[in-house]
Design a protein around this ligand. Sequence first.
Ligand code: UDP
Length: 534
Amino acid sequence: IPDLERTDVQGLLNHLQDANAVKFQWMKRRIVQMWPKWQAAISSLKNKKDLTKTVQKKVLIHIGLLANENKLHFAEEAGKGGPLGELVQWSDVITSLYILGHDITVTADLAAIQKALGNVVAKKLCPQKLPNDIDLVYVDYIGLRELNSKIGTLLPQFLCKLRVVDSFGTEAQFNFNLYKEKIDGGSMGAYGRYNLNLRQYQTMFPHSPDNTFLGFVVNVKPLENTDKKMRRKAKALVYGKHYSMWKDLPNKTFLEVVNRYLEVHATVGGGSASEVSSHLPSFVINHGVVTPMEVQKLLNESMVFVGLGFPYEGPAPLEAIANGCFFINPKFNPPRSRLNTPFFKNKPTLRLFTSQHPYCEEFIGKPHVYTIDVKNVSEVERVMKEIMLKEVDPYLPFEFTHEGMLERVNALVQHQDFCYQNHWPPLKALITEKGGAGKSCKDVCLAKGMVCEPEFFNSINSRTSLIEHGFPCNTSRLEEVPSLIAPGFRPEPAACIVQTQALMFSCTGTSPSTMRLCPCRKYKKGQVALCVDC
Ligand code: UDP
């Protein structure tokens, strides 16, 4: 039975202990600051859903990126312009699991996780002695690699319990260790090839339906009437908290255009004041890296949040939109990916980034988001003119609220099971769709207002299913192969393709000549990870 009466934040903070106090400092602050909102969210969720019937899980959480603090300096850089998205997500995942009443252990140190897993792991995970009272292990790629290399090959009985927190997503060809074909771009195996169920990779945004959308929570300062007026103070806040994000700006003149309409502010760090300012245009008013609360305040006073093209897919633009800003989202043409961009070179996905923030581009759009070519000065000019005449209401998709996150994490923890039979979402949610040649199932489902649901691939993977949905498979040759585009139909030479390797099922796989049969499902409005009745 989960403990659903956890009202004291200290109980959670006690779980975040490390000899190096700096490691958890930024996360603890976020947790304390958001605590009242978490409390309100769990009360509201309890009113809608009977959580007393849920099962308490024993959950181990290992934050690998903090376990290597001496090398990576994640915690140390948190206040100096270093990446914060991961710390945002870890804080929110930990808090969700705790508030939902689970029995959690949090580690950020190799020796600590070894201890938490029990001696058996040190003895190379002897299967008879697996710590089988542990139900779930949340870890990141860094932590997983370290566990694997320092502790020994991880056994299937343990691997199936993993949930790998993975911002950008992992595709089938990077996960399946026997994938033979050449993959373009950087190296293939930098991220492991652990043969996990792809849904064990849990992402920051709902961009890769093969994986699970885990998400995070967006900070909002409720708008008061006075704040609305202050926004008319006409500030622009630039998205870029480390001077390196400003160094190689393709074209700084677009900021000059913005500055003709609005005062340009920024929160940039990463070095001494003079070092930082040497990389910024002189008209930029720099506040240095500030606390998340101060970011909220600046966003409240700003009319527009301006992207520089980096960092990719962070939390900040959602905060800006939730605080009533327009977001100028730099468009990438050609799209960026591991084929042409060093940042993505070794990432285990071929996903194409058509802008700095694809979620804002695809899921939010106008009136909040302007995805434009910032090198095109006249386009920037046009957008600024338009913005100056407009008002926009704050907007926050439900899935990024505290309650949305609790609802989602609860469903995932209760229903996803990759050790035994996973039957979630239930098959009744399956809607099968035929795709056009060259289309991925991700796109086929999206075009119909649905998402690709990999759980259902197995149910439509047969000659019978292909025939039922109109492919001429009673007269065509049957190809039973491991394939990223199965099940599907290729007209020339006519062949029906059926999957023989479950690890190769892929929502994103395409081939110019093949039409795919796709497992789609509808989703709850504002909560894409969940289907309507499940
Ligand atoms: N942030 C902050 N201080 C600043 C600038 C940003 O605390 O001066 C916060 C911001 O509010 C957000 C988090 O940093 O919650 C992560 O922001 P970003 O989108 O930049 O993602 P990252 O690239 O760090 O993953």
